[in-house]
Write a protein that binds this ligand. Structure first.
Ligand SMILES: [Ca+2]
Ligand SMILES: [Ca+2]
Ligand SMILES: [Ca+2]
Length: 317
């Protein structure tokens, strides 16, 4: 009896996690500069200011469910180029001895354009449905892909694949038959952004992890860098391969659930509550002398009197 029901999707825990938002925002801006003299004048308000900022952001948090726009399997095979661009499934892990003991690696990509530019991503979860397995519980990792790859029209029901079609990703090519990977098996960051222990058939949710949030934030900020993730399983143990449902499977396709805080429509609305008033002064003063993105209204790298002047000028009460 599979125990995977314990891993089923339970949804984002918004209330427990919004507190990290101001930190995430700060981390995106370097270099860090301070004005000790200015900061000293406002130290009494820091605690309250952080609380206000968190509360305001919590009210504005939004969640988008994105579906895979491209998915494929890299099939290790020295004799030919095989692919599964249009198949119902993708695979990760090592097949059995009878199938050659070769590797399978999945490729996944999501379109993040539904998340407005300037948003701060706070929670990212990847939900995959694992629909067939041979034996055992194995760790599967998602690794940020570092090169663009394609999805052709090759189709097969099994993990052996079908002859690659134009633009298919294969073990040797990121776009078959013209553009090879620099190294067969794909290009991706060696350290996984998240891992998951995958046992029996069922739904599994990766993350949220700091690195997944970082990956998706990067894709929101610079869509041109979005190459998706490479899904890598256990490549040591025979028969460790896991079959996951691809976008072509319909209802059980890969889903990326992203919680984010959209940017304020008015830059002077520091706490992003829809009005420019006294409640914006506290977070602005608490961020005085720092490059805090929310409070640096004129975007010159430091929160100072010019930003305060903009809040006062845009006062709505
Ligand atoms: Ca596909
Ligand atoms: Ca406000
Ligand atoms: Ca400024």
């Amino acid at each position: 009896m599979p125990t995977n029901h314990l891993d089923c999707w339970t949804g984002p825990v918004i209330g427990a996690t919004v507190g990290v938002m101001p930190c995430s925002s700060d981390l995106r801006h370097v270099p860090f500069r301070t004005s000790a003299r200015a900061a000293k004048r406002f130290t009494g308000s820091v605690g309250c200011a952080i609380a206000c900022l968190v509360t305001a952001h919590a009210a504005m948090a939004d969640t988008a469910t994105l579906y895979s726009v491209k998915d494929a399997t890299m099939i290790q095979d020295s004799s030919g180029e095989w692919a599964l661009g249009a198949a119902y499934n993708f695979y990760a892990g090592r097949v059995g001895e009878n199938a050659g003991g070769t590797f399978r690696r999945g490729l996944l990509q999501f379109d993040c354009s539904a998340i407005p530019p300037g948003s701060v991503v706070t929670i990212v979860q990847l939900k995959l449905n694992m629909s067939n397995t041979q034996a055992g519980t194995h760790t599967v990792g998602i690794h940020k892909s570092t090169m663009e790859w394609g999805e052709g029209t090759s189709f097969a029901f099994g993990g052996g694949g079908a002859p690659a079609t134009e633009h298919d990703a294969t073990w040797n090519y990121r776009f078959y038959p013209d553009v090879p990977w620099p190294t067969p098996g794909g290009s991706f960051v060696a350290t996984a952004s998240a891992t998951k222990s995958i046992g029996g058939v069922g739904s599994y949710t990766f993350g949220s992890t700091f690195q997944m949030v970082s990956d998706v934030q990067g894709w929101v900020d610079q869509p041109g860098t979005n190459m998706g993730w490479t899904v890598k399983g256990n490549e040591t143990t025979l028969q460790s391969v896991k079959r996951f449902d691809a976008r072509e499977a319909g209802a059980t396709q890969p889903q990326l659930i992203v919680t984010f805080t959209p940017p304020p429509s008015n830059p002077a609305d520091v706490n992003n509550d829809g009005a420019v008033n006294a409640s914006d002064l506290t977070p602005l003063l608490a961020a005085w002398g720092t490059p805090n993105a929310a409070a640096d209204i004129d975007n010159d790298g430091i929160v100072d009197a010019q930003d305060l002047a903009q809040v006062l000028a845009a006062w709505t009460g």
